[in-house]
Design a binder for this molecule. Structure first.
Ligand SMILES: Nc1ncnc2c1ncn2[C@@H]1O[C@H](COP(=O)(O)OP(=O)(O)OP(=O)(O)O)[C@@H](O)[C@H]1O
Ligand SMILES: [Mg+2]
Length: 237
């Protein structure tokens, strides 16, 4: 791989970014490419018995077999489950795009970085900058994660429009189905994919189906993610 990292953003929160990031880590590892997942700003950190905050997203990467050290791969972690700008404010911390980017860049060379954003493209990091500013600063190619459900065409096209307008390179969309199976009526699931590609000119790289009784500790779940992502040519990043 000749890129230092990939940025995984989404059309919103709870849309499947962590599962996609972990799945990409497995795909790259299988191809012999060392990767390091990074969660630069985590809200909703979970208090550990040692008093420190743990990253729920990091725990998922670890369950998928990826390397994970919260102290290194998650530089900013906050307990309240709210937007990072608010969580940081409540903690008396000033989030700053260049400091976050610096911490991410310090990991370059330890493997291709798979950087997961928080929430969607325009989630604030402070009173003046958003996740999009971090993407611009890092200038890694971006993958957009979108849920295959009613409303996704609008959500996806708006996100892609903002990314394009900012001059960020988008390498593709990965569809997921977190809340239930992708809608089968009226051929909606396939039409969502076709419409996103048609109006944006961005390719949908893969679709991860709804996996019933999702459990990060069960190999069958990761094997299903692996199958869904297996068609992605990693050299296209
Ligand atoms: N393919 C799937 N099938 C079934 N359930 C899924 C699938 N992918 C994700 N989920 C469920 O959806 C939830 C949200 O997924 P995920 O944590 O990947 O979202 P996210 O976009 O990373 O959220 P956040 O904004 O909090 O980082 C997961 O906890 C899991 O329960
Ligand atoms: Mg996540």
């Amino acid at each position: 791989m000749n890129i230092p990292g990939i940025f995984i953003t989404g059309t919103g929160t709870d849309i499947g970014k962590t599962v996609v990031t972990a799945g990409l880590a497995r795909l790259f590892n299988k191809a012999g490419v060392k990767v390091l997942p990074v969660k630069p700003a985590q809200s909703g950190g979970v208090r550990q018995p040692n008093g420190k905050l743990g990253s729920p997203d990091g725990d998922v990467y670890k369950s998928a077999g990826a390397e994970w050290n919260v102290e290194i791969q998650c530089p900013y972690i906050f307990e309240p489950a709210c937007s990072p700008h608010l969580a940081a404010k409540l903690a008396g911390v000033e989030l700053d795009v260049s400091s976050i980017a610096g911490k991410v860049r310090s990991l370059e060379g330890s493997g291709t970085l798979l950087v997961e954003g928080a929430g969607g493209v325009l989630v604030p990091l402070n009173g003046k900058s958003t996740m999009l500013d971090l993407m611009k600063e890092l200038s890694y190619p971006v993958v957009l994660v979108a849920g295959n459900k009613l409303g996704t065409i609008n959500d996806s096209l708006l996100s892609l429009m903002a990314l394009k307008q900012a001059g960020v390179k988008v390498c593709g969309v990965i569809m997921t189905a977190c809340e239930g199976p992708a809608p089968s009526e009226f051929g909606m699931a396939e039409d969502n994919i076709r419409s996103i590609e048609n109006f944006s000119g961005v390719k949908v790289l893969s679709s991860i189906p709804y996996i019933s009784d999702w459990n990060v500790d069960e190999l069958r779940c990761w094997e299903e993610v692996d199958r869904a992502l297996s068609g992605i040519n990693i050299s296209s990043f």
